[in-house]
Ligand binder design. Structure first.
Ligand code: FPP
Length: 224
């Protein structure tokens, strides 16, 4: 969800104002996803690298997250949204972790939209953690390493319960993956949009979905 900082700067406002506007865009995007029939939506809200931002900004971001959970979980539950978190949640304070867990259990019955927030998330460290867990499972005899295939490995990732993304939307004109769902995006269609995240709305989502529907997906196979 890039572009919060630039959105604020363009208005002579502090970065936090951009993040606040970004949180409103999160709400708008979830509503739009439900309206447009999207069943899985994963938002990259905080990367493992984002911890290196100034302490004040990190505090503002975790504060916004806390505020978001307190104000939105009731509506998420009512609207059939199932909330999940991927990423290294151990780095957050115990009380925020407890709020994240509470949001996950309160929304567990949701079936309309699966909303995942990637928090303190990094694709490479997720793959390393999965490899470590897999090695431990092999060592303990729970799996036979010779039987392991891609599907078996994916079961050790934090996204084990989720389908791979079909579409990855990157806002604000950046054209990188930035360590997001590296394994899972192997066949994702990438759509890059110049819109800054706080301005992202239902029309942008519809445009990205329309672009996706025009793509021909071959998964490496040749179509004659
Ligand atoms: C990237 O923009 C955005 C972030 C690092 C934080 C994203 C957070 C939110 C959208 C709000 C809080 C989230 C929730 C779920 C309540 P940037 O700061 O890198 O902006 P720039 O690319 O213009 O510098």
């Amino acid at each position: 969800m890039d572009g919060n900082g630039r959105w604020a700067k363009a208005r002579g406002m502090p970065r936090v104002a951009g993040h606040r506007a970004g949180a409103k865009a999160v709400r708008r995007c979830i509503e739009a996803a439900i309206d447009q029939g999207v069943e899985w939506l994963t938002l990259f809200a905080f990367s493992s690298e984002n911890w290196r931002r100034p302490e004040g900004e990190v505090m503002e971001l975790t504060g916004l997250l806390r505020q978001y959970l307190r104000s939105e979980v009731a509506d998420l539950t009512k609207n059939g949204v199932r909330f999940r978190v991927i990423g290294d949640r151990e780095r957050f304070s115990p009380d925020l972790r407890a709020e994240l867990e509470a949001a996950e259990s309160k929304t567990a019955a949701g079936t309309r939209l699966n909303l995942t927030l990637a928090l303190s998330y990094g694709g490479r460290s997720e793959i390393v953690a999965a490899a470590r867990a897999m090695a431990e499972a092999a060592q303990s005899g729970a799996i036979d390493i010779r039987d392991l295939d891609e599907e078996g490995f994916a079961r050790f990732l934090s996204t084990a319960a989720m389908p791979d993304p079909d579409l990855l939307i990157r806002t604000s004109g950046e054209r990188r993956l930035s360590n997001f769902l590296l394994w899972q995006c192997a066949y994702a269609e990438l759509v890059f949009m110049d819109v800054l995240w706080p301005d992202f709305d239902a029309a942008h989502l519809a445009a990205a979905l329309a672009e996706f529907s025009r793509r021909e997906r071959r998964y490496g196979a040749r179509v004659t």
